[in-house]
Design a protein around this ligand. Structure first.
Ligand SMILES: [Zn+2]
Length: 66
């Protein structure tokens, strides 16, 4: 994904950090924002394209630290 791009769940990529993911061995932490509630949170770079907002969707994975 590129900065500013939105995935199919309405999550917009804001920033690609250099920090290693806490839940995926080869991923980095990316900052995404929900287009429904405005929540900004961390997700791992491997899941960004399918990520769901942890505030709007109870089935979403826990956010990564940012
Ligand atoms: Zn949301």
């Amino acid at each position: 994904m590129n900065i500013g791009e939105k995935n199919k769940n309405g999550q917009v990529l804001l920033l690609k950090m250099d920090t290693k993911s806490t839940n995926h061995p080869f991923a980095k932490i990316w900052v995404v924002q929900c287009d429904k509630c405005g929540n900004k949170y961390g997700c791992n770079s491997c899941d960004a394209h399918i990520r769901k907002c942890p505030t709007c969707d109870k089935s979403a994975a826990t956010a990564e630290p940012i």
